[in-house]
Design a protein around this ligand. Sequence first.
Ligand SMILES: [Zn+2]
Length: 357
Amino acid sequence: MTETTSNSENALSAPFPWQVAQWAQLSRAFAASQLAHAYLLSGCEGLGKSLFAESFARYVLCLKPITQSAVGVGGLADTAVACGSCNNCLKCGAGNHPDILTIEPEEGSKNIKIDQIRWLSEFVIRSSHSGGAKVVIIQSAHLLNANAANALLKTLEEPNDNTHVFLVSDHPGRLVATIRSRCQKLAFQVPDAAIAASWLQTIIGEANVNSILEASDMRPLIALQLVEGDSLQDRARFLQSICDMKAGKKSIQQALSLVAKNGESEVLQYFSAFLSKLTKYSLTGIVDNEDDPTLQSMYALLVPSKEKSIAQTVASSLALLYTEVETARRQLASTTNPNPQLIMESILWQWSKLDLN
Ligand SMILES: [Zn+2]
């Protein structure tokens, strides 16, 4: 059995609400075939610049981008993003798309060295594997050593039409001026408190996040690091595994192995909320929590039918399973000595048999 690591396994997905303007700027340029050869993404640590660059690279290579509504600084905006399911997106998700090159200091090194930039130069001149654009992401670009910076400058001076280089830096002032002047600037700012709070509340499911945000100087991803244990990732992994089950990429046994790690009560709680959202979506097409990539995988499981009777049949099946899950939760919480493994197997089996179309 092949397993594809979906980008949805990543607990976070850009563009974040405070990046909508930058995303719109780049996607407009891309749509008009005017994407620059090099961009410098700058701003302090904890704003998600690297994730922005990675998401944008996926979008550039995606074969059928989708439009989603994103809440940004100026309110709701339609944002084109990678579909997450085409051939290119799957390769990106598995981290092995041949048309994306990511450069960062090697393990144990504090610099980006000239050998790494030589790979970059070779990557830039060779033709694209997928027939489209190629993207280079240089993380912590201020760590280029002098020789590497010189070599990069030569590449930037002779751009390839088809290749876009994204330099990401928390300290752009440390980059040599000649490199900076070759790049279009894309600056990221610390978001307004309300935007940061709303995002963090969505991610961690807690209402009171102000003290955490203050502790992080309003840098949302630093705030998340402060509160994040393993539980958020465990939830994402489990929900992703049940999405993968429906896509035939994981077995019930594989999902069950994650249950053992998470605990049955926790898992049933995730699953119950998951089914409730999916039921609503099947009837209305309304998407909740667009920030949550796991939910995006869930929504991808079904296309709400325009035919009311079909939508109602799917919703009824989902609602029935939801009732089963709630019953199972009560059983597990009771003192009647239930068999947790049997309960989980039964729930996951019913899920695997559910017809979503
Ligand atoms: Zn795609």
